[in-house]
Design a protein around this ligand. Structure first.
Ligand code: CXF
Ligand code: ZN
Length: 372
């Protein structure tokens, strides 16, 4: 058992509070990770929505962690104490999709990532009164000094890159870059439009540039984000508030080969399908409750797919993104602003207001054993 200073969310409209929580020793297929840093993803806001059920709170959220393996549970062989790791989403490892190297299509994806519990319903942490906390969000719950994570989630990264930066590679950045590199694959001669330039959309823009796409259109209502998209590789930008959005994105051309919606907004998703040339593919990855409602003929010659977490293999993509970052070809650090864990509420507000693209929380240092 270990005590962790962690941020606990107790009610939908409450601020996060720092508390000392008690974490279990890692069980079979789990690892205890000393969290160095954890990004805030918009999906963490779902914890406030009430959509996750009346028993979801109180919860430790956070699912973009980086850290150092402290201890491994029975049966864990691919990581060991001391390894530097990025924590990504959870997958069962045994369903048809998982054994086909397709874990983002895991048959237990929602059960393992969105319920906040282990698949058997158990939790990994308790608060100071002994009451259980939702503590397995995306198989990690990492807004704190320690997390009990599914060992399969851990992607080993080199020791000589700053761990403080790497957590968002486990979700938002992987979702943007992976959807482009694994699913849409816009090479030379291809055009792509990216709707929404948050961390997911801007990662998609950087990946489209890496993939060699000829035309990269970035769409956002915020002028500063459009400016940043141009700096990161967009060849053209469009104001997402344009009342004739599809016309503005399509311009004089024949339509786009592929599009990527990160907003989850009905009108924007519709535009992302409308601007495609035929054949063409629209990938959607926005979170939210809005519906995409189209007449079937509107889809003639078009493929529309919703992609979880970039649709690839984290153990392949994340180390590749680290190497591209090192080579100056994937400057995702430009999206990141760090905050101490104690400033989590300010970090959340900055992200919601669009002042920060990707907040990353730095965890308080732990007291070495014997010094507490
Ligand atoms: C989420 C996006 C919304 C649906 C569930 C998965 N991914 C990461 O935050
Ligand atoms: Zn996320």
């Amino acid at each position: 058992m270990v005590t962790s200073r962690s941020a606990v969310l107790r009610a939908p409209d409450a601020p996060y509070l720092l508390e000392d929580v008690e974490l279990d020793a890692p069980g079979p297929d789990e690892a205890l990770v000393r969290v160095v840093a954890c990004g805030i993803c918009h999906t963490d806001d779902f914890g406030r929505s009430g959509l996750l059920g009346e028993h979801f709170l109180p919860a430790v959220l956070g699912h973009e962690a980086s850290g150092v393996v402290e201890e491994v549970g029975p049966g864990v062989t691919h990581v060991r104490p001391g390894d530097h790791v990025v924590l990504t989403f959870d997958a069962c490892g045994t369903c048809t999709a998982c054994v086909s190297a397709n874990p983002t299509c895991c048959s237990e994806f929602e059960l393992r990532n969105l319920t906040g519990a282990r698949p058997d319903g158990s939790q990994a942490a308790r608060d100071g009164t002994g009451a259980p906390l939702t503590s397995r969000w995306f198989g990690q719950s990492a807004f704190g000094q320690y997390a009990v994570a599914t060992a399969r989630n851990l992607v080993t990264v080199p020791d000589d890159v700053p761990l403080e930066l790497l957590g968002p590679l486990g979700c938002g950045i992987q979702t943007g870059a992976g959807t482009v590199l694994n699913v849409l694959r816009p090479g030379p001669g291809c055009s792509i439009a990216v709707f929404g330039t948050g961390a997911v959309g801007l990662s998609a823009v950087m990946a489209a540039k890496l993939a060699g796409a000829d035309e990269i259109v970035a769409v956002d209502i915020r002028p500063q984000r459009r400016e940043l998209a141009l700096e990161l590789g967009a060849t053209r930008v469009v104001d997402g508030g344009d009342p004739a959005l599809a016309v503005a994105v399509r311009g004089d051309g024949p339509g786009l080969d592929c599009t990527f919606d990160t907003t989850g907004l009905a009108a924007v998703m519709t535009a992302a399908v409308e601007v495609l040339r035929r054949p063409g593919t629209a990938a959607l990855a926005g979170a939210g409750l809005e519906l995409l409602t189209v007449h079937p003929a509107f889809l003639a010659g078009k493929t529309v797919t919703y992609v979880y977490e970039g649709g690839g293999l984290p153990r392949v993509l994340i180390p590749q993104l680290v190497e591209w970052w090192r080579a100056g070809r994937f400057p995702f650090d430009r999206l990141v602003r760090t905050y101490p864990l104690a400033a989590i509420n300010e970090a959340e507000a900055d992200a919601q207001a669009g002042r920060t693209v990707k907040p990353v929380l730095l965890m308080p240092p732990v007291t070495p054993p014997g010094e507490g």
